[in-house]
Ligand binder design. Sequence first.
Ligand SMILES: CC(C)(COP(=O)(O)OP(=O)(O)OC[C@H]1O[C@@H](n2cnc3c(N)ncnc32)[C@H](O)[C@@H]1OP(=O)(O)O)[C@@H](O)C(=O)NCCC(=O)NCCS
Length: 155
Amino acid sequence: MGISVPDAARIRRASHRDHHILHQLEVTHFGDDQFSRSQLRHLITRANATTYVLEMDGKIVGSAIMVWRKNSRIGRLYSILISNEVQGRGLGKLLLTKCEADAKKRGCTRVSLEVRADNRPAIALYLKYGYEIIDSLPGYYADGSNGLKMLKKLS
Ligand SMILES: CC(C)(COP(=O)(O)OP(=O)(O)OC[C@H]1O[C@@H](n2cnc3c(N)ncnc32)[C@H](O)[C@@H]1OP(=O)(O)O)[C@@H](O)C(=O)NCCC(=O)NCCS
């Protein structure tokens, strides 16, 4: 391979102008919206969350959302998404690493997340990078699907 994809990728904080494209990415990849446009706009602008976008060649191909709680040293990975056409090239890892680095900078000692119990690619990513399954969440999702709670201790 020539230039490696992660080298050409850039992660930045989302601005309010990005909420349309982030919503589009969600609808394309989840078949539905996980967050409505207004929820996304709110997440992008609220003080206790950070929304990241990952760009390649000026095009947004990924996103992640971290939620921070006052008086908590646990950062919550609320969402992470890499566009289908660029999955499997290390970009999910790149975004996850950025979220964890920012969590550390904010004084967090752990990162927690919830994931659908049947989402094999995501669970594989989290297990590979040090997350442990700490709880099962029966019927956690709106459609009745089961979830898993995962946690990573930041070194
Ligand atoms: C989960 C997701 C973010 C992974 O992004 P990605 O860029 O494809 O992941 P990476 O290329 O960085 O992969 C890192 C590791 O994750 C694991 N992994 C990623 N995709 C996988 C798959 N389809 N099957 C098995 N393992 C997988 C592997 O361990 C991989 O390491 P390896 O390539 O050295 O084996 C991506 O599949 C995605 O956006 N899915 C749809 C949205 C979603 O489900 N988000 C999570 C819940 S909100």
